[in-house]
Design a protein around this ligand. Structure first.
Ligand SMILES: NC(=O)c1ccc[n+]([C@@H]2O[C@H](COP(=O)([O-])OP(=O)(O)OC[C@H]3O[C@@H](n4cnc5c(N)ncnc54)[C@H](O)[C@@H]3O)[C@@H](O)[C@H]2O)c1
Length: 336
C-alpha cells in the first residue's frame, strides 16, 4: 500500500480524505497538532474503516517531526491540509495565519525536496477569485486582492508553489481550489467540528436546528441573485475527498516539475435561502432565521466551472445539496 502523508488529517476535510484514500488502496499517515480537531476522530475513523490509522501529534512547521515520520515510513505522496482557516480571526491575528499557513508550506517543501518526495496536493480555495466578474469561475479567471489575511495566505502559498516549481525541485504539485465544503460522512461518524460560533453557513444552520443557537441571520436578500441572497457552490466533503485521491493518481503520471490548479465544486450555485429550504426539507425542522442587512466584504455570487477537473481528472461531484444537508444534520444530531 502506498503511504500518503496527510498534514491536518484529523481535521474536517483531512479525515474524510483519509477514508477515501484507504478505500482507494492507499495508507494514510496522519500528522496533526490537534489545534482545531480532536484525537477522538481516530476512533471514529477506525469505526468507519476497521483500521487504526497511524497518527503523529505534531506541528507541520517542525521539520524534525516530518523527518521522524519519513524515517518510520516510506512516504509516496503528501496532502497538505494543515492550516488555520477562520477568516475573522485572521484579520485580528494576521501573523498567526502567515506563520502557520505560509510557514508550514515552506517547511514542507524543504522537507519534500530533501527527502526526494515528489507528489503534493495543496488545499487552496475559491477565495483567491474574490468576486469574479464572469461566472462560472474557470481556473484562468484572474485572482483578486484577498479580502482577508487568511485568503492572502492561500494566494501567497499558490505563488510560492509556482516559483518553487520553476526552480525545478523535482516535485509535482496540484493546488485544488475548493468552493464551499459541506456535509459529513454518510456514517455520521466524522464531520465538521466548529469551535465556538460557526463561521460557515451549514454548521450554523444545524446548530440552530439543534437548539444550540437561537437564530440564523441571512445577510442580505436584495442582491442581484434569484432570491436576493448570496450564491455559493456547495461541495459535499466526500466528493471533495475523492478529488484528492484522483489528483494523487494524476500526479503520478506527470513529468517532474509540474504545477497546475483545479477548481473543485459542483458547477452549480445555490442561494443561502435555497440551502435553508433544502435543510428544512430533509430534516423536517423549521429553521428559525431572519433577514439582516448585507455584510460588508461578502462575495455576492460565485460558483465553479468544473470542466477542467471533470475532463482531466475524470472527477465528478456525485452528492446533491440535499445529500449534504442530510449528512450534516445526521452528524449534528450525533453530537448533541
Ligand atoms: N473548510 C473550508 O471551508 C475550506 C475551504 C477552502 C479551503 N480550505 C482549506 O482546506 C484545508 C483543510 O480545511 P478544514 O476545513 O479541514 O480545516 P480543519 O481546521 O478542520 O483542519 C485543519 C487541520 O489542520 C490542523 N493543523 C493546523 N495547523 C497545523 C500545523 N501547523 N501542524 C499540524 N496540524 C495543523 C488542525 O488541527 C486541523 O485538524 C485548510 O488548508 C483550509 O484552509 C478549507
Amino acid at each position: 500500500m502506498k503511504k500518503i502523508l496527510i498534514t491536518g488529517g484529523a481535521g474536517y476535510i483531512g479525515s474524510h480524505t483519509a477514508v477515501e484514500l484507504l478505500n482507494a488502496g492507499m495508507e494514510p499517515i496522519i500528522l496533526d497538532d490537534l489545534s482545531n480537531s480532536d484525537a477522538k476522530v481516530l476512533d471514529r475513523l477506525e469505526e468507519i474503516t476497521g483500521k487504526r490509522f497511524t497518527f503523529y501529534k505534531g506541528d507541520c512547521n517542525d521539520k524534525s517531526t516530518l523527518e521522524a515520520i519519513a524515517k518510520d515510513h516510506k512516504i509516496e505522496g503528501v496532502i497538505h491540509f494543515a492550516a488555520f482557516k477562520a477568516v475573522g480571526e485572521s484579520t485580528a491575528q494576521p501573523l498567526k495565519y502567515y506563520r502557520n499557513n505560509v510557514g508550514s508550506l515552506i517547511v514542507l517543501l524543504e522537507f519534500m525536496q530533501e527527502q526526494g518526495l515528489k507528489d503534493l496536493v495543496f488545499s487552496s480555495s475559491c477565495t483567491v477569485y474574490g468576486q469574479p466578474e464572469v461566472l462560472p469561475v474557470t481556473e484562468s479567471t484572474p485572482r483578486q486582492d484577498a479580502e482577508s489575511p487568511y485568503g492572502n495566505t492561500k494566494k501567497i502559498c499558490e505563488d510560492i508553489l509556482v516559483d518553487f516549481i520553476k526552480s525545478k525541485p523535482g516535485l509535482r504539485v496540484v493546488a485544488l481550489r475548493y468552493f464551499n465544503p459541506v456535509g459529513a460522512h454518510p456514517s455520521a461518524k466524522i464531520g465538521e467540528l466548529p469551535l465556538g460560533i460557526p463561521a460557515n453557513l451549514v454548521p450554523y444552520i444545524t446548530q440552530v436546528a439543534a437548539g444550540i443557537r437561537e437564530r440564523l441571520t441571512v445577510f442580505g436578500d436584495d442582491y442581484d441573485t434569484p432570491d436576493g441572497s448570496c450564491v455559493r457552490d456547495y461541495i459535499h466533503v466526500v466528493d471533495l475527498a475523492d478529488a484528492h485521491v484522483k489528483t494523487l493518481s494524476f500526479l503520478q503520471k506527470q513529468e517532474m516539475d509540474f504545477y497546475d490548479v483545479f477548481n473543485v465544486g459542483t458547477g452549480n450555485g445555490n442561494t443561502v435561502l435555497e440551502v435553508i429550504h433544502s435543510f428544512e426539507k430533509v430534516s423536517g425542522v423549521k429553521l428559525n432565521y431572519q433577514i439582516g442587512p448585507r455584510r460588508p466584504g461578502d462575495v455576492v455570487k460565485t460558483w465553479a466551472d468544473t470542466t477542467k477537473i471533470n475532463q482531466v481528472l475524470g472527477w465528478h461531484a456525485k452528492y446533491s445539496l440535499e445529500d449534504s444537508m442530510r449528512d450534516s444534520w445526521n452528524w449534528q444530531k450525533g453530537l448533541v
